[in-house]
Design a protein around this ligand. Structure first.
Ligand SMILES: [Fe+2]
Ligand SMILES: [Fe+2]
Length: 239
């Protein structure tokens, strides 16, 4: 169980030092948010944690919207979403990033046990977190709840903020003509994304809206790249 922790004695100590401060009394969502903020807050050398923490807040907001849409008690899903990326500060290389769901699930289990959260809910939450990076290769027996952390996470990952971030990188690295081609490729990929499995009808609806938003974004971006050439075109026509 504590394999990942044992691999890094120093990290193990700091994780447990933070978890040990938390007790059973009080609102579990408030405690979870405080814990996540303490854990994911930016610190020297890891400024990417600002984005990670704010992504976490938006993912939890999607969790809330899914739970409301499905008529579920939102508390466990909001908590699962808040905790889903809590393993990131323990990831220092690409190999680590690939296993961040299991690192996050392991930290989550220790934290939820420490605050005496319901054991059945802990099992559900940890499983949901451990599969949150899967695309359509989800376990056949995954429940709608267990698929919903993944849905909430991807809804933020495909939202306009992340789309803009990607586009920003493309704009700084490529010419307008190349950018137009990249946008066309991204539009084609969006068609494949329509086949992504969702855990609930509510997430399915949000997913379709999110892809539509991304489609409009890229189509607008293509129109704007074309403006780069319009002056020269006008000059040629004028000559
Ligand atoms: Fe993640
Ligand atoms: Fe995430």
């Amino acid at each position: 169980m504590l394999k990942i922790f044992r691999k890094r004695e120093e990290d193990n100590k700091s994780v447990m030092e933070i978890i040990d401060k938390y007790e059973g009394a009080g609102d579990p969502v408030t405690k979870t948010l405080t814990f996540v903020k303490e854990f994911l807050g930016p610190y020297n050398g890891r400024e990417d944690m600002t984005y990670r923490f704010e992504h976490t807040l938006r993912t939890a907001r999607w969790g809330l919207k899914i739970a409301e849409g499905e008529g579920w008690d939102p508390e466990p899903l909001v908590m699962a979403c808040l905790l889903h990326d809590v393993g990131y500060p323990k990831c220092t290389d690409f190999k680590d990033f690939k296993v961040h769901p299991s690192i996050s699930a392991e930290i989550t289990r220790k934290f939820l046990e420490k605050i005496n959260y319901d054991s059945e809910q802990i099992t559900k939450i940890c499983r949901a977190i451990s599969i949150h990076d899967r695309w359509n290769d989800v376990p056949a027996d995954a429940t709608p709840f267990e698929l919903s952390v993944r849905d909430a996470d991807d809804l933020d990952r495909f939202g306009i903020m992340r789309t803009s971030l990607l586009a920003g990188e493309d704009i700084t690295k490529h010419t307008a003509a190349e950018l137009g081609e990249i946008c066309q490729e991204r539009l084609a990929t969006l068609e494949e994304h329509k086949n992504r499995l969702c855990g609930t009808p509510t997430a399915e609806k949000f997913w379709a809206e999110s892809l539509e938003c991304r489609r409009q974004f890229y189509e607008n971006l293509i129109k704007h790249t074309e403006r780069t050439f319009e002056l020269q075109k006008w000059m040629q026509e004028r000559a």
